[in-house]
Design a protein around this ligand. Sequence first.
Ligand SMILES: NC(=O)c1ccc[n+]([C@@H]2O[C@H](COP(=O)([O-])OP(=O)(O)OC[C@H]3O[C@@H](n4cnc5c(N)ncnc54)[C@H](OP(=O)(O)O)[C@@H]3O)[C@@H](O)[C@H]2O)c1
Length: 305
Amino acid sequence: MTGNSVKLNNGILIPEIGLGTWKADKTGIVAETIKNAVEAGYRHIDCAKIYGNQREIGQALKEVNVPRKDLFIVSKIYQNKHRPELVEGALDEILEELQLDYLDMLLMHWPYALKPEVGTADFNDEDIEDVPVMDTWKAMEALVDKGKVRAIGVSNFNKAVLEKMLPQCRIVPATNQVEIHPYNQSPELVKFCQDSGILVTGYCPLGGTKINVMGDNLIKHIAQAHVCTPAQVALSWSLSRGIAVIPKSTNAIRLKQNLHRVTLTSDEKRMIGNIKQHERKVDPSRDHEQLRWVFHEDEAQCPVI
Ligand SMILES: NC(=O)c1ccc[n+]([C@@H]2O[C@H](COP(=O)([O-])OP(=O)(O)OC[C@H]3O[C@@H](n4cnc5c(N)ncnc54)[C@H](OP(=O)(O)O)[C@@H]3O)[C@@H](O)[C@H]2O)c1
């Protein structure tokens, strides 16, 4: 594999920089992005059923000249497939869309469930249903036994949920994919995951489209000192914390730039670590108050795990 890879808790290697594919969904653009990305050196591709672009990604992956074993393909089951009897079928759909016979890693996209008939990211409060996380997780563990996925992990899991979950797991999640950037640093969660052998993968590592991480004066200042881009500073800061990153870009030049890691000084890392601005891009409780526990575990009780 090209670039640096890190070892997951089951011994397999994952490239520390992957390609995000959320909102890379205009027909034609995704295929071109995947081809440009693989040519630039990306081998880790972060997908999800709900992004709605897996078929085009799968087609593009067939057309790039890289052996399957050199790619690391991640996808996520959507919340409407948490009932244990639906989990294998959910994976089969993902594999069919991506035109693959196995996934490198399958994630539980969120720690809450939706009714099976809900198929879009827009849902109503009544669509939320109780399915214990462990029921879904056990069904995911069985997929590892069957050889259909090489690793399993979670996404958007807080510390309280993980603390209840881990003693019940036969397979410890290989990763927890969560929002991490200089304006949402989550030091306690990162430490807990890393102490538990769980790789943290940072999504929205550039702050996404709405959070102005790349316009932050300190980040810009550090970028000037290294003659690099603010994006490279933000990504390198996460990498220096032992966090894998999955920046999304559909621009061939930015794709290449985002693969280049810079070595930040300890002073620079400390200064970024001291940024007081706090903004989270993704939070389901903005639309659904009963999901407040997902990212505000101090204010709301987590459900049965
Ligand atoms: N697990 C989850 O619940 C979850 C949630 C959100 C995201 N994710 C994953 O994380 C990935 C990344 O998150 P994200 O896409 O929201 O945000 P992001 O990667 O932090 O930011 C993407 C934005 O930054 C721009 N950009 C990329 N490289 C740049 C550069 N070098 N300089 C300036 N601008 C740059 C992109 O525009 P251009 O494309 O024009 O370059 C795009 O507008 C997603 O694609 C998805 O795979 C997972």
